[in-house]
Every structure is written in C-alpha cells, then in structure tokens.
Design a protein around this ligand. Structure first.
Ligand code: SAH
Length: 467
C-alpha cells in the first residue's frame, strides 16, 4: 500500500489552492463540497472560479504565490502548469509537514485525491496512487452504475435508527443480523424509488416486531429486446437481488445469465398461441410467491407496459395488497429500429409513429386501418409476422401505396439479428420460403429507406443481411 486512504474532515478548515485555471476549478469544487475555507492565489483567475470561491466565503489573491501563503493551512493544492512553482510549493509544505497535493505530479504529493463516488454520507474513493488516474476513473464509472444514486439517502435513513438499534439489540451480532436482514429485504428499494416515508415506517415496524416475517415484493422488470447492454441499471440491480425470477420466452439467455446465481428460475413461456402458463396462472403465481415473502423479479421482454400485459399483472398484485415496482425497458420498436439503422421519426418522412399489435383476434384484422394509413406516419407492428398477408392487404386497401417501404427485423439487437427490407408490394414474396425466426418486428413507412444511408453506424454486433 503506497498510501493510506483516510477521510479528511475539512469542514471549516483553511485550504490553499495555488493556480487559477480549469484544474484549480475542479479541486476547488471538491474542497468546497467538503466544507473547506479556500484561499486562492494566482496572478490570473477564471471568473467562474473566483466567483465560486468568494460565494463560499473564501478569499482570492490576484498575485503570484509566496512561501508565506502556506502558513496555517490544513491542506495545500498546487494546480499550476509551472513545474518549478509546483515543486517549490511542495517542498515548502513538506518542510512544515503540511499535507500537499500537486495536480498530475504524484512524486510531489504527500496526499492524493482518489476518484470519488459520492453518495454522501456514503463515500467511495478509488485510487491508483497516481499510476493510472484514467483506470481509476473508469472503475469509478462502473461503481457509479452499480450503486443507485439514492444510496446516500439510504445511509442517512439508517443513521436515524442508530440509537434505537443499539437499544433494541445491545449485542453486536444480533444488531448486525437485524441490519443485514433489513438491507437484503425490500426496504432499500423503497428508498431507491423515492418512497422514503414508507421505508421509514417499514423500519419502525421491524424494530417493533423484529421476528415478524417480512412481506415479499414483485418487480415487474422490462428486460429490453435482447442485447444485455440495453438493460437499465435498475433492472440489473433488481435482477441481482430477487429470490425468484419469473421469465418468459422473449428474455434472452445472456440476460438471464445476469440474474442472481442462486435465484430460483421459473419459465412461464408465452410463444404465440402456446402459452406455457396461462396469464391467470402467472398472475396467481406472482401473488403466491410474494405472499411467501419472496422478492420476485417478473422479467419481461422489452417494456412491460407495451404489449406486455404488465397492466394485468399489477392489477392482480394491487388487488392482493402486494407491493410492486415497475421498471421500464427499451421496447422492441426502439431497440430494433436503432440497431437496424431506421429512425422511427424524421423531419422529412415521419412526424408520428404508432405501435400496433398485429396479433389479430381469431386471425381477422380488426385494427383502425383508416387511422393507421396516415401520411408521414411510421407504423411499427408487434406480433405481426404471422398475419403479414392480411395486414398488408388492409393497408393497401385503405390507401397505402404498394411502394411503401417495409422492414422486418428478426431477433433484433441480438447477434442473430436479421433485417429484410422490401415494399408492401413485394415483402410477402421476399419472405416466402425463408421463414424468419421469432420474434420479428415489422416497420412500415418511408423512414425505412433511410436505412441505406444510416446503417453504416448501426451498433448491431453482427448483422446477417438478406435484403
Ligand atoms: N413488451 C415487448 C413486446 C411484447 S410483444 C416490448 O416492449 O418489446 C412480442 C413482440 O415484440 C414480438 O412478436 C415482436 O414483434 C416484438 N419483439 C420483441 N423483441 C423483439 C426482438 N428482439 N426483435 C424483434 N421483435 C421483437
């Protein structure tokens, strides 16, 4: 260990910053956040920097540094591009044993700034000891993405109960067990979703009756169209803390791999027309698991509220008094369009977009066709592959021209993505004899032709073309 990470309590302490440019600005912001009283010395100072220091009650001296400036300082930072000056500041501080940091010169520092993940009062510092600040920053990005922004509020809430916890559980091990159970239960998620008051009363109840079994919760999570990189941070977090994962056919294997290893997995199917578990069965299953005290992640392809029957599932949960959260996901239309290089709207070609289900009741088309056939409108048909023939006939009968471009995207955003483009006139023939694997999304509209211009930057990992 080249340095010892310590928390420096700077509140009300005098800190000197030498330098008046961008780098000084960054350091000054940090010092001020920690409550330091900043004195800044530099012949020239950025106006924004000066304003910041003065607004926080600090002092700005527009002149060169002199060795007297470090007297009585708790911490000194040299943030200039003058190497000789930086070295002089460092030496003067070291001679008086004043902690000193010289930006970008680890050899001149007695203290270094870690990259910080700030969830005050919770703080995480990451340091490469000056060897590679970029590496530390990248790692910080990863940690930032793993730790919900509300962790600070959670820590604060726990702080409110410290005294009560000591009174209720005088011995350390039962106190620790209690906190572990609370932190692994549903309480933190109440805070993460902004329900701090509910979290507080949850804790109060837990203190009042520590033995009582906690109720479970259901997370209705949108898993996106297939590429695991399209998951939200929140989805990933809930997938990793759930006790049971209830998933259907649209959830890709790499996404399931990201769920908590020891969670139970229950497949509830839902291929077209062959429902492994009927919807009522799924609703009842979710209720039962939650009543057993489990944290249940109901993982659905795309977005749970777009042709996902998420509404029905939460109605049932609400009726049974079970607490739930809904996490939106990237819906197939957004994911497939982006990965196929088709903008769903465009100033010149489409001012509106409609998401329509092509799953026709009893195979008969009963959509509001006249509304769908609208100039400058993109149509996105979910579940439309099987009914493509009748759908096409209706669109033509209601006035769309046969040359209207159409794209079919199969397994969009996955390495198996395939895109077939054509027109209303020829798309059915183009598909004949080469069935596309499900799921397939259909996009109808002039925007499809932009694909040829835009596809070069499409982020799809591998695209097998069959145009
Ligand atoms: N809730 C989901 C949609 C469920 S309906 C969402 O928001 O995306 C199922 C239909 O979604 C499929 O028939 C298909 O039309 C479409 N779909 C879902 N994922 C897809 C993917 N990766 N590629 C192409 N279409 C997809």
């Amino acid at each position: 260990m080249d340095t010892l990470p310590l928390g420096f309590r700077l509140k009300g302490q005098p800190c000197l910053v030498v330098g008046g440019g961008d780098i000084a600005l960054r350091k000054v912001s940090l010092l001020l956040r920690a409550g330091g009283i900043v004195t800044l010395v530099a012949p020239e100072v950025l106006p924004a920097l000066r304003a910041q220091v003065e607004a926080a009650g600090g002092t700005v001296h527009l002149r060169p540094y002199t060795s007297d400036d470090i007297a009585d300082q708790t911490l000194v930072i040299s943030a200039t591009d003058d190497e000789a000056l930086n070295a002089a500041v460092s030496q003067a501080c070291q001679a008086r044993r004043i902690p000193v940091n010289v930006v970008d010169a680890p050899a001149l520092c007695t203290v270094i700034f870690p990259a910080i993940v700030d969830r005050s009062p919770l703080l995480i510092g990451i340091s490469s000891n000056g060897v590679s600040p970029v590496l530390a920053r990248i790692l910080r990005g990863k940690i930032e993405s793993m730790i919900p922004a509300a962790y600070g509020r959670l820590a604060q809430l726990l702080g409110e109960f410290r005294t009560l916890a000591k009174q209720t559980f005088p011995d350390t091990s039962s106190r620790r067990a209690f906190w572990e159970a609370q932190l692994e239960g549903p309480m933190p998620d109440l805070v993460f979703s902004g329900r701090d008051d509910e979290a507080r009363s949850h804790l109060q109840q837990a203190f009042a009756a520590p033995q009582k079994q906690q109720a479970g919760e259901v997370y209705l999570v949108g898993a996106g169209p297939g590429d695991p990189d399209l998951l939200t941070f929140k989805a990933l977090r809930l997938m990793q803390q759930a006790d049971v994962i209830v998933y259907d056919r649209l959830v890709s294997a790499p996404i399931l791999d990201l769920c908590r290893r020891d969670a139970d997995r229950i497949y509830v199917g839902k291929a077209r027309a062959e429902h492994a578990v009927p919807q009522e069965g799924i609703n009842a299953l979710l209720v039962r698991l939650a009543q057993e005290g489990k944290r249940v992640c109901r993982l659905k392809g795309g977005d749970p509220f777009i042709f996902g029957r998420g509404g029905e599932e939460i109605e049932e949960l609400a009726a049974a008094g079970i607490s739930f959260q809904v996490v939106p996901g990237i819906t197939a239309a957004s994911g497939c369009a982006a990965y196929a290089g088709i903008p769903l709207t465009h100033r010149n070609y489409a001012q509106s977009v409609r998401f329509v289900t092509g799953h026709l009741k009893d195979g008969t088309p009963d959509l509001p066709w006249a509304e769908l056939v609208h100039p400058n409108q993109t149509l996105v048909l979910y579940m439309g592959l099987v009914s493509l023939g009748p759908i096409r006939e209706q669109l033509l009968a209601h006035g769309l021209t046969p040359s209207t471009p159409v794209a079919m995207i199969s397994k969009g955003t996955t390495p198996q993505q395939q895109v077939i483009t054509g027109t209303l006139e020829n798309i059915v023939e183009k598909l004949a004899g080469q069935p596309l694997p499900a799921p397939t999304l259909i996009i109808v509209g002039e925007v499809v032709q932009l694909r040829d211009q835009l596809n070069w930057f499409s982020p799809a990992p591998v695209t097998h073309e069959r145009d």
